[in-house]
Design a protein around this ligand. Structure first.
Ligand code: CA
Length: 250
């Protein structure tokens, strides 16, 4: 299992989205049990017995430390060579955002807090059940997938196309002019079709929590947006009023 020569992701693993997990753990028994449990779940597992080897794997194949060849790292704290907290700190310092789950016999609150403060995403105290470990791994990988959906992708719904990076909106083949607030409001709506937003949620997202005006501001902006987007603003098909709740898009 231990290998300094990590293969590049194969095209097959890219296609099927096989998650690759690195375990840095010096206790053979625990490491072997984790490998078994995670491989059974279909994950690709790579291991390191000490901190130095772990760091080398993270920088393998000319991969800069800011970009991880792994989707998740399980990290013991008490490790030979380089300890887990230093690895975690170092990765975050380099801008690497790979999810890190700390596995440690240190159960005190201070250790947990310290682990999370240096940038770990979750903390599991030994001894733990393999079922719990697998569940936490799944949750961290799921969260990471959600983050990796590009936020600047072109959004399209019905006759409306929004280009986030160009701040442009095309409606029925014609470019329309939106104020910055109108644009951000539409971008938010289009990112979550059918989701119902309260006026307070829209204020918080677009105007920010310090906004002192009242929620009528939202209604005014919705009316302006309707006039620009809808074929019949009094009978909207995009910006729908949900009585008693707020608004939804589509
Ligand atoms: Ca250890």
């Amino acid at each position: 299992m231990l290998s300094l020569d990590i293969p590049q992701r194969t095209s097959q693993s890219q296609l099927t989205q096989i998650n690759r997990i690195l375990i840095i753990e010096d206790e053979d028994l625990i490491r072997d049990m984790i490998v078994l449990a995670l491989e059974e779940e279909g994950y690709e597992v790579i291991t390191a017995k000490d901190g130095r080897t772990g760091l080398n794997l993270l920088q393998g194949n000319d991969c800069p430390l800011s970009d991880s060849p792994f989707d998740l790292i399980l990290l013991d704290l008490m490790l030979p060579e380089v300890n887990g907290l230093d690895i975690c700190r170092f990765l975050r310092y380099k801008g690497n955002i790979v999810p890190i789950l700390i596995l440690s016999a240190k159960a005190s609150e201070t250790d947990r807090v310290l682990g999370l403060e240096v940038g770990a995403d979750d903390y599991l105290t030994k001894p733990f059940s393999m079922r719990e470990l697998v569940a936490r791994c799944r949750a961290l990988l799921r969260r990471q997938r959600a983050y990796s959906i590009p936020q600047n992708a072109v959004k399209q719904f019905g006759d409306i196309t929004l280009f986030p990076e160009e701040c442009r909106v095309i409606v029925r083949d014609e470019e329309i002019n939106l104020s910055p607030k109108e644009f951000r409001l539409l971008e938010l709506f289009m990112g979550y079709p059918k989701r119902v937003w309260s006026r307070e949620q829209l204020i918080e997202n677009i105007w920010g929590p310090d906004f002192l005006g009242d929620t009528k501001t939202v209604d005014v902006h919705i009316r302006w947006l309707r006039e620009k987007l809808e074929q019949d603003p009094s009978n909207p098909e995009y910006l729908i009023t949900v009585r008693g709740f707020g608004y939804r898009f589509g």
